[in-house]
Design a protein around this ligand. Structure first.
Ligand code: ADP
Ligand code: GLC
Length: 483
């Protein structure tokens, strides 16, 4: 089957978070199952130096947005055997960041930037460059595509049928704009009832995608439920999602076990040979030396690798820092909200021997933190899926999480279920609950025999794509009638 993944990110070349990981790892596993999966994404400035002249120009066209014409070239390229279509438009994409000049801000013209991504995917089809059976659209950046496909099927009923699947990774971002911007979409108003386009008087691309996609998925079963029933998670679109009923399913993401592999991770000072205790101790000692932390390897090390946003519950983390630093070292890697960055820098400055903070996006350091830490903190307010708890488990770092969304689907609290527990999970989003769980984890750590039980369980947990990819393939098959 031909599947065109359309997204703003793909690992390893353009990643701001889990979206990039998910798009790439799912594509990889689908290709290994024999499907022709290709990914279309913008040619960001950061990708350009990696091309090394190996890209091929395959299509040129012009677009006119807001009375200005822009030249667009689509280039084909490959990464780890996956064909990519890179949308080259210097005006929109030759910039510092993926979404904005810093992790804390978005570009003013993001609507046009991602509408151009959708129009480019349609051009591939119109110009007969490559015809997918399925367009798998991710998040609001690609959510216009289902509506464009619907329009195409209305205008050209005899053209080959292309089905659409929209995966929602985060309902909080919807591609909203004043209604005047509707003209940018290229949709014909006569085909689209106003109530399908508008949300509180504004254009909303995610809403359009939810209504016009053939099928929908959320990135975990619990997040699916939460988007239907909970106001924060549904972000106002609960009823629109409910109206899609059986077409909407929740599929837990997987992680790429080849990439996130403690046995051969090139970013680690020490890889896993066979002994977990030795793997953890050597990586932890290396981090203690690198960051000049106090206490030696007996002192627990708690890691955090996160976007610094409201979603991630970073404000709750601040409140627990004094408690954490009494008994443990804390290493935080993350960028985003400037106020959070400043506060964390301040705390790390005041407690230099027990806390380290790096306000950066640093892939190698992230790997070292997963490997060196004993516990991994994820106090997210909401979490559609979350990949860091899966990665942490793979590297023997025991997650302490707020039990919501995908975190609830992956982490079983050890205190509640000692036979299956693989971490520590709190239900109420407040500092007392978080501190309780941190305390429980630290106490547990003191008894190294018990801790080793958790380590072994972490080692066994399998969040590879094996199961979930099959569920995506089933949806593709249902859509195309391939079953
Ligand atoms: P989200 O997509 O909401 O940010 P996920 O848990 O799904 O959260 O995925 C986060 C991904 O981004 C993981 O691969 C994690 O290791 C990575 N990541 C997050 N922040 C950083 C950072 N500052 N430096 C390096 N990697 C990071
Ligand atoms: C979003 C969500 C995160 C999820 C990721 C990949 O960034 O915030 O929970 O893991 O997408 O689906």
């Amino acid at each position: 089957m031909n599947i065109l993944m359309t997204a703003a990110e793909t690992a390893p070349i353009a990643k701001a978070g889990g979206l990039g990981d998910m798009v790439f790892s799912l594509s990889k596993v689908l290709r290994s199952e024999g499907h022709d999966v290709r990914i279309i994404l913008p040619l960001y400035r950061s990708i350009r130096p990696k091309l090394n002249g190996a890209d091929k120009e395959i299509l040129r066209f012009m677009v006119k947005y807001r009375e200005k014409s822009r030249r667009v070239t689509i280039r084909s390229w490959k990464i780890e055997g996956i064909p990519l279509y890179l949308v080259d438009c210097k005006h929109y994409y030759d910039r510092e960041g993926i979404y904005g000049p810093s992790a804390d801000s978005g570009y003013d013209d993001n609507l046009e930037r991602f509408i151009l991504l959708c129009h480019s995917a349609m051009k591939l089809i119109e110009k007969d460059i490559w015809i997918p059976d399925i367009i798998h659209a991710h998040d609001w950046h690609a959510a216009l595509l289902p509506a464009l496909l619907y329009q195409r099927s209305m205008i050209k009923p005899d053209s080959p049928k292309i089905k659409s699947l929209l995966t929602v990774h985060n309902m909080a971002f919807q591609g909203e704009a004043p209604m005047d911007d509707f003209a940018l979409t290229g949709l014909n108003t006569e085909l689209f009832p106003r109530e399908n386009i508008k949300f509180y008087g504004r254009l909303n691309l995610l809403k359009l995608g939810i209504i016009y996609s053939d099928k929908l998925t959320a990135v975990s079963p619990t997040y699916r439920e939460e988007t239907l029933t909970d106001e924060i998670n549904g972000a106002g679109l609960n009823d629109t999602l409910s109206s899609r009923g059986d077409d909407y399913s929740g599929i837990l993401n997987g992680i790429d076990h080849e990439y996130w592999s403690p046995n051969e991770d090139k970013h680690l000072p020490f890889i896993l040979k066979s002994d977990w205790t030795e793997f953890k101790a050597s990586n932890k000692q290396a981090m203690i030396d690198e960051l000049k932390l106090s206490g030696g390897i007996e002192k627990p090390l708690i890691g955090v690798v996160s976007r610094l946003s409201w979603q991630k519950g970073i404000d709750l983390l601040f409140e627990c820092v004094p408690k954490i630093l009494k008994d443990a070292n804390l290493v935080v890697l993350g960028s985003g909200n400037k106020k959070y960055e400043d506060r964390l820098s301040g705390l790390a400055g005041e407690n230099a021997d027990s806390m380290f903070f790096d306000a950066a996006f640093n892939e190698p350091l992230a790997h070292r933190i997963y490997a060196a830490s004993d516990m991994f903190l994820i106090p997210s307010r909401y979490e559609p899926c979350g990949l860091t708890q899966m990665i942490a488990l793979r590297y023997g770092s025991i997650p302490i999480v707020h039990s919501v969304g995908g975190l609830a689907d992956t982490i079983i609290d050890y205190n509640e279920d000692a036979d299956n527990g693989n971490g520590f999970a709190f239900k109420d989003f407040n500092k007392f609950s978080l501190i309780d769980k941190i305390t429980a984890a630290l106490e547990f750590f003191r008894d190294q025999d018990s801790w080793n039980i958790l380590l072994k369980r972490a080692n066994k947990s399998d969040f590879s794509w094996n199961r979930s990819a099959k569920r995506y393939i089933k949806i593709y098959n249902d859509l195309t009638g391939a079953n």
